[in-house]
Ligand binder design. Structure first.
Ligand code: NDP
Length: 348
């Protein structure tokens, strides 16, 4: 018998409510892990908390590719772990595996079809990076910039990133720099984060949106206007950025986290002034969804792995310990408690 700890959804915050750790409940039980043909027993090493999970806390997620979490049932998301027992010929004991639908449990019996094998070499043994820089957030940054950013080396472009110190933003800005932008300016929520962007990640400047006037800081740090905007947050921050964009610029519509606790459709409606600015200046603003580029993921992961291994991309991470703290970690990430990717370490 195995002692298993798991996290279930206890209550919903409501469409307009702030999520709180008490929306989750930790349970402990004894389980006998009986495997059927094709299944494996996995021990969880790291679990991811991500902004899209806020939608899964509603009874209607608003997106056809996301199912709501069910009350009283085990929550799931990105995870990485190790195979401890196997009745699946393709997945042998001891290998590392990952999945987008990893139940928040210390041990899981999972169908092999839900798992992908991970080569620990790809992340130099840092297995949490499978959930961050060399995983879905890294791919979001890479493919978002490459598919929607129109970076042209040598053309002195300025890129602005909101949510710049988070999992996707911190990588997107570094890719903008590597791909040839002349200035890469990040907007984020603290002085400490601004400092990390510049000193650790090589951004040109960091702007703390919680202090001072964003518009004047943007004018100071983007003297030639803004050509590319990697938008993670939406709302008034994005209105301020778009108002200073150059004609023919490009908005990479990655996410709108500032609106996720509101009952609005995705993408949320824009202010009239911002709509006019986009139209008059012929700025593209196409929705980007990383899952729409599955065929580019394998190659993208190889590129990200190479950049991280050679030190061209630096990885920032905030690690919390223990499955008991999943709810805390999720709520902290939603309110800016993380620098870089927020992960939770479950077992050694
Ligand atoms: P992050 O690691 O960036 O964490 C979220 C961050 O959002 C917080 O750290 C906080 O940083 C910031 N934030 C929270 N509330 C606000 C607010 N009201 N205004 C401004 N900033 C806020 O998360 P991810 O990198 O995982 O995700 C970033 C964005 O990318 C999200 O919008 C997410 O939905 C989107 N996404 C989109 C994907 C796609 O395929 N399109 C795939 C993955 C993610 P701070 O201290 O700076 O406020």
């Amino acid at each position: 018998m195995l002692n298993v700890k798991r996290v279930v959804l206890r209550s919903r915050p409501g469409k307009d409510g702030l999520p709180v750790p008490e929306n989750f409940r930790v349970e402990e039980l004894m389980k006998s892990p009986e495997l059927k043909e094709g299944q494996v027993l996995v021990r969880t090493l790291f679990l991811s908390v991500d902004p899209y999970m806020r939608c899964r806390m509603n009874d209607d997620t608003g997106a056809d590719y996301l199912l709501p979490w069910r009350l009283g049932e085990v929550v799931d998301g990105g995870g990485v772990g190790v195979v401890e027992a196997s009745k699946n010929q393709a997945l042998s004991v001891g290998i590392t595996v990952t999945s987008f639908s990893w139940p928040w449990q210390t041990y899981n019996v999972m169908d092999g079809s839900l798992l992908q094998e991970v080569d620990p070499e790809m992340v130099d043994g840092h297995l949490s990076h499978v959930l961050g820089a060399v995983g879905m957030p890294g791919l979001t940054a890479l493919l978002g910039v490459r598919e929607k950013g129109h970076v042209t080396p040598g053309s002195h472009q300025t890129m602005v990133i909101s949510g710049a110190a988070g999992a996707c933003g911190s990588i997107a800005g570094q890719i903008g720099r590597l791909d040839g932008c002349e200035r890469v300016v990040g907007i984020c929520g603290s002085e400490q984060k601004c400092q990390a962007l510049v000193t650790e990640l090589g951004f040109t400047a960091g702007i703390n949106y919680k202090k001072g006037d964003i518009s004047s800081a943007l004018r100071e740090h983007c003297p030639a206007g803004i050509d590319i905007y990697f938008d993670n947050v939406g709302g008034p921050i994005s209105d301020a950025v778009i108002s200073q964009m150059n004609p023919g610029g490009h908005v990479i519509l990655c996410g709108q986290i500032s609106q996720y606790n509101k009952d609005v459709p995705y993408p949320p409606p824009l202010s009239e002034d911002t709509q006019k600015a986009l139209c008059h200046k012929n700025i593209t603003r196409e929705r980007f969804v990383v899952l729409n580029y599955i065929e580019k993921h394998a190659e993208g992961l190889v590129q990200l792995s190479r950049w991280v291994k050679t030190g061209q991309i630096k990885v920032l991470e905030t690690v919390v310990n223990g499955i008991e703290n999943m709810g805390e970690a999720f709520c902290s990430m939603m309110t800016g408690g993380n620098i870089g990717k927020q992960v939770v370490k479950i077992t050694d």
